[in-house]
Design a binder for this molecule. Structure first.
Ligand code: IPE
Length: 264
């Protein structure tokens, strides 16, 4: 991979917000993570999830079913406003950590051509921003669909699109768990996967890491595994690391040993 390749960092909604309570930020965790990214300081794109700034209202207004009735427009407006608020907090913390972070609104750059979620996008502004040494920050969002509909785009799908269109070395998912949890076929016990290949991933069965009282309208663990497989077609390594445990994020960014799942 050339020296020009970048890493993409996804800040999971479950680590930067409390997913059980509407618009509850986890400022301490967010700050700790931003400081570690700042200490590392290399070129990257950051994508953050929605957590309780998106999933709760998305469920309330049944956004994943697409446009059905005009009352959903209120939900769409509210979620966009809430996501804007969350992105502003994220960018503020990144700037405090000495990073040249700048927000880009996902739904202004990406839209869906059809119901099968084939996306059209205009990523030149992101590329130009990076040439100026900026760190683009995008988020999960509600995107418009060609036929007058709308749907949710998760941060994981945005990461996929970016990985397919930029020269990306690693994708690092910062979550609230120690990695991908699998069921060991020999012992039938649940355990975190440490190192794996794409073949391993295809043959393993995964357990959900989402507690029952959280709402996630974009698919949780199953969706994550599908995204990881798709991302691995265009990047060297995908890492899933817990952002709530000491300096693991910094260790991973600096390519040191850390508790995490690495898939090559
Ligand atoms: C969801 O984004 C976007 C909205 C609900 C508007 P993600 O699916 O990436 O969010 P998290 O990381 O699971 O919270």
């Amino acid at each position: 991979m050339s020296n020009n390749s970048i890493d993409i960092i996804k800040l999971g909604g479950a680590v930067i917000t409390d997913k059980t309570e509407y618009k509850k930020i986890r400022l301490f965790e967010l700050r700790e993570i931003c400081e570690q990214i700042g200490e590392w300081g290399n070129p990257c794109i950051i994508v953050h999830g929605a957590g309780s700034y998106g999933h709760i209202k998305a469920k309330e207004y049944d956004i994943t079913s697409g446009f059905r009735e005009s009352s959903q427009i209120q939900g769409l407006m509210q979620i966009r406003k809430d996501m804007h608020e969350l992105s502003s907090i994220v960018v503020e913390e990144l700037i405090k950590a000495n990073l040249n972070a700048m927000n880009f609104q996902t739904s202004s750059l990406i839209y869906s051509e059809n119901e099968n979620m084939q996306y059209k996008y205009f990523l030149n502004p992101i590329q130009k921003a990076m040439q100026l040494g900026l760190i683009p920050v995008l988020s999960g969002d509600i995107v418009f669909v060609e036929d007058g509909d709308f749907n949710i785009i998760s941060g994981d799908v945005i990461v996929e699109i970016l990985a397919n269109n930029f020269q990306v070395n690693r994708v690092i998912f910062i979550t609230d768990v120690d990695g991908l949890m699998v069921v060991n076929p020999e012992t039938n016990q649940k355990e975190y996967l440490i190192n794996a290949s794409v073949e391993d991933i295809k043959s393993l069965s995964f357990t959900s890491d989402i507690s029952e009282n959280t709402i996630d309208v974009t698919g949780s663990m199953k969706g994550k595994v599908e995204s990881v497989l798709s991302i691995l077609r265009s990047v060297n390594e995908v890492i899933i690391v817990n952002g709530q445990e000491g300096k693991r994020v910094l260790d991973v960014l600096k390519e040191k040993d850390a508790v995490c799942t690495r898939i090559k």
